[in-house]
Ligand binder design. Structure first.
Ligand SMILES: Cc1ncc(C[n+]2csc(CCOP(=O)(O)OP(=O)(O)O)c2C)c(N)n1
Ligand SMILES: [Mg+2]
Length: 598
């Protein structure tokens, strides 16, 4: 048997000598499988592909169609760019990578997108088919590699089916619970001749390439259950997660909040879905309701709610304060597009479907039946809610106005919050995400606060901001990052500069892995010695990449830098010396809070 296999291989090699090795000349004349792929991408509205020139045939064919290549420096950052692009545009993002190490680096970014339900098509090069399973250079089992971080992985083996597979990949990524998908394809398949003939885009609720492709809703009897629950509840609460943004449901959510007079909160990922200045808005809830948190004084209402309506949330650990925040006695209703999420942590009345379509349908059922109750609720709850806001304002004031040097993060966020105009906010993982969603008040439903909370990995902030700015070139993009997370992705400042992508990047320079220190202190009363950095000149780093940069120490300097950054054509990095040891209102770290120095 062994001999037979060896002789088969030898004869295969002899039969196809031109296919062996990686340096076979390739030809793109006429119509090839790669043309079928890029034609399908173009039909899906794809005008940018994140890549590093590989598979080369894809970019040569794409540029002929006017599709721009955004050349990332590292694949993991490239995937974060694609993620930010998809979140900000609600369109499929496309990224490519070479086989082996490049594919492996891609897996990190795809993991975040997978957990955050963000659609992304990764086109990953395979070794030439004739070299497969022979330890070809940089050969790796990509199907296994991506099995934990992609919704769907397929290899294109038949050139004539290239368009069909590409269409299917986009359809899978953008329908149901959105997520990343992978097409594996070897250079010899890409350059194989194929019949012209395009895949037929499906007729969905959104144009091909946009998501969610379909907007299903539950049967009317089930929608009536939610309507009835909202009419009966004494202390109802809506908790909106990131699924609300994925569905584009902020308007429908705000409609329900106003129509039925329901107190509404969001998770970190849902931040931006509601107008936080509405009298019945609670803000961001979860494990960040410690002192200084805007939602802290709403704790009694949340903990005593009798109806909880989850919309597009995974009911994960942080969003539920380790599943301790909501009372067992409440009735739960869960709206989600993924049947597995419904009831995962709280037995609930199931409303399987798209968030926007479901919320609108429930509103339609409630019109004419709920208005009186809604004004009663508003009248009853508004005074207590106002008091909660006043209590928070009193508590935060010493921090928000502190003249401390280095600056308190609450003061920094206060300056950022004063920026005019529509801003698309982005934050890196760690404290930056929490500072941002806690202290920038959202007054326009649908405003995006992009945070990598799928997995909370460091280094996503800047590349997500690059992707978001590409998706919304007309909007100002401001990214907040810690110094540790920034070091994961400095290199991409050059990418942004090269492609003419202006951003404002605010680096919270506390000289340490702040969260890590607090986490270790809370468990061991000490922390290890790598948690503090050596001195770093972020301004020099940014300037070396051709960007503008400034180090600031005071609120006045920060205000000027933020304003100057607005008119910069290049990325503008603002390094803000920040008080080491300062942490956002994580309930778990409350005992480590040192009273403010004035
Ligand atoms: C890729 C990755 N590595 C490690 C961690 C663990 N981690 C979470 S927060 C943190 C510290 C981050 O420091 P920095 O970016 O400076 O933010 P700070 O907490 O100081 O504001 C670390 C190491 C992570 N979340 N992601
Ligand atoms: Mg830090």
């Amino acid at each position: 048997m062994v001999n037979a296999t060896q002789s088969d291989l030898k004869s295969a090699a002899a039969a196809e000598p031109s296919q062996m090795g990686s340096w076979v000349r390739q030809n793109l004349s006429g119509y090839r499988a790669v043309h079928a792929i890029v034609d399908t991408l173009h039909a899906a509205g794809v005008r940018e592909i994140f890549g590093q020139s590989c598979p080369t045939a894809v970019f040569l064919a794409a540029q002929a169609l006017g599709i721009r290549q955004i050349g990332y420096r590292t694949e993991n950052a490239g995937a974060a760019m694609a993620d930010g692009f998809a979140r900000a545009s609600r369109r499929i993002a496309v990224i490519t990578a070479q086989n082996g190490p490049a594919a492996a680096l891609l897996a990190a970014g795809m993991s975040e997108a997978f957990k955050a339900s963000v659609p992304m098509l990764a086109i990953v090069q395979e070794v030439p088919r004739a070299n497969a399973d022979r330890n070809a250079f940089q050969e790796l089992d990509h199907e296994r590699l991506f099995s934990a971080c992609a919704k769907w992985v397929r290899r294109i083996d038949v050139p004539a089916r290239a368009a069909e597979y590409t269409e299917r990949a986009i359809r899978v990524a953008t329908s149901g619970r959105p997520g990343p998908v992978v097409l594996l394809v070897s250079p010899d398949i890409l350059t194989a001749s194929c019949e012209r003939g395009s895949a037929v885009p499906q007729d969905g609720d959104e144009p091909f390439g946009h998501f969610p492709l379909d907007r299903p809703i539950s049967a009317r009897t089930r929608l009536e259950k939610l309507a009835a629950a909202l009419l009966q509840a004494k202390r109802p609460l809506i908790v909106a997660g990131g699924g609300v943004h994925l569905s584009g449901a902020s308007e429908a959510l705000s409609r329900l909040q106003r129509l039925a007079g329901v107190p509404t909160a969001t998770t970190n990922m849902g931040k931006g879905a509601i107008d936080e200045s509405h009298p019945l808005s609670i803000g961001v809830i979860g494990n960040t309701m410690g002192s200084r948190s805007p939602a802290r004084f709403f704790g009694p209402y949340v903990r005593d709610a009798d109806l909880i309506v989850f919309v597009g949330t995974r009911t994960n650990e942080n969003g539920t304060a380790s599943w301790t925040l909501f009372p067992k006695s409440a009735t739960y209703v869960q709206i989600d597009v993924d049947p597995e999420e419904i009831g995962r942590n709280y037995p609930a009345i199931r409303l399987l479907g798209d968030a926007a379509a479901t919320l609108d349908a429930v509103c339609d059922l409630l019109v004419g039946r709920v208005e009186r109750l809604a004004s009663q609720r508003l009248a009853e709850l508004a005074p207590a809610f106002d008091e909660a806001r006043t209590d928070h304002a009193k508590e935060i004031a010493p921090y928000a106005h502190a003249a401390n040097a280095p600056m308190r993060p609450e003061r920094i966020l206060g300056e950022m919050a004063r920026l005019d105009g529509d801003i698309l906010w982005v934050a890196d993982a760690s404290y930056a995400s929490i500072w941002l969603v806690q202290y920038i008040r959202c007054t326009k439903p649908g405003t995006r606060f992009l945070t990598p909370r799928g997995l909370a990995g460091l280094g996503w902030g800047v590349p997500m901001a690059i992707g978001a700015k590409l998706a919304r070139p007309g909007e100002r993009v401001v990214c907040l990052t810690g110094d540790g997370g920034f070091a994961h992705c400095w290199a991409e400042l050059e990418t942004a500069k090269r492609h003419g992508i202006p951003l404002t990047v605010v680096v919270l320079n506390n000289g340490e892995l702040g969260f890590q220190i607090n986490a270790e202190e809370s468990r061991f009363d000490t922390h290890t010695d790598v948690c503090h950095f050596g001195p770093i000149d972020h301004v020099a780093i940014a300037r070396a990449c051709g960007c503008e940069a400034r180090a600031v120490q005071t609120a006045d300097e920060l205000r000027r830098a933020l304003n100057d950054a607005a008119s910069s054509k290049a990325p503008f990095v603002i390094d803000v010396k920040t008080e080491p040891g300062a942490f956002p209102p994580l309930t778990a770290f409350e005992s480590q809070l040192v009273p403010i120095r004035e």
